[in-house]
Design a protein. Structure first.
Length: 257
């Protein structure tokens, strides 16, 4: 599943603030966040099975995160969606990452996805179900999951018939999360991230999932600071309800446009 919460150009101290859960098979191997890419160009965890990632921050301040997109029929993708995230983290800007995705999809197909791309200049939601839809995000709070989300203040959900009941639960969770994460007066980006982190760990909101073979595997929070040295990355290698998010070391000046 996965739930992404993004505050974009909402707080002066954090042009981009993202908190997200990752839901995955419990036995799928993963590596913790580290410097990766050519010339250590981004920080991200790594899917040890396919080699890509689901979330990351680039040296140039681009934040990338993906969820799968539930469809009525699974697609036979040519390539892992996590490798597409890796490609985007190598781009110089969110706008350049969008263009990279467009070029990639001319030659290859993927299983369905929702891809969030953001830096201090622009932010986008890319939705793919065999066709690509691009939405430029407005300043504010956005919540994205497997059946859509609350984007630019509008609830946009597409629930496939084969997952009607569980999909309705996912849509309800996203709506309630979006309603609870409206910025408070005089709130900072760091304060909002604290609230988002606590909410994604709260089972009342339905984002932290537990099962025998599948559930919430990790939690990530990313802040792109307004000045060099202000960006931050934290990661919990386990469900956020029981696993503290630990800071990940960033090089000086990393993560600012």
């Amino acid at each position: 599943m996965c739930t992404l919460t993004l505050a974009w150009r909402t707080f002066g101290d954090a042009p981009v603030a993202l908190a997200a859960t990752r839901d995955e098979a419990l036995d799928r191997p993963a590596e913790p966040p580290g410097l990766r890419g050519e010339n250590s160009s981004y920080v991200a965890p790594r899917d040890a099975e396919a080699g890509g990632t689901w979330i990351g921050l680039s040296a140039s301040g681009v934040v990338v995160a993906v969820t799968n997109r539930w469809l009525d029929a699974d697609r036979e993708g040519d390539r892992s969606r996590g490798l597409l995230v890796r490609d985007c983290l190598e781009a110089d800007s969110a706008e350049a990452a969008v263009r990279a995705v467009e070029r990639e999809l001319r030659d290859r197909s993927y299983d369905g996805f929702n891809l969030v791309l953001a830096d201090s200049v622009a932010a986008f939601l890319l939705e793919y179900d065999g066709e690509l839809a691009i939405t430029r995000l407005d300043p504010g709070v956005h919540v994205v999951g497997n059946v859509g989300g609350v984007v630019n203040g509008i609830a946009r959900f597409v629930i496939p018939d084969r997952r009607r009941e569980f999909g309705a639960d996912r849509a309800d969770s996203a709506r309630r999360i979006a309603g609870a994460l409206v910025p408070e007066p005089d709130e900072s980006g760091g304060g909002w991230l604290d609230r988002a982190s606590a909410l994604l760990a709260d089972h009342e909101y339905g984002a932290c999932l537990h099962g025998d073979a599948f559930g919430t595997r990790s939690f990530t929070r990313i802040r792109v600071g307004a000045e060099p040295g202000e960006s931050a990355f934290a990661y919990a290698d386990g469900p956020p309800c029981e696993t503290p998010a630990e800071p990940v070391s960033l090089p000086p000046g990393f993560g600012v446009n």
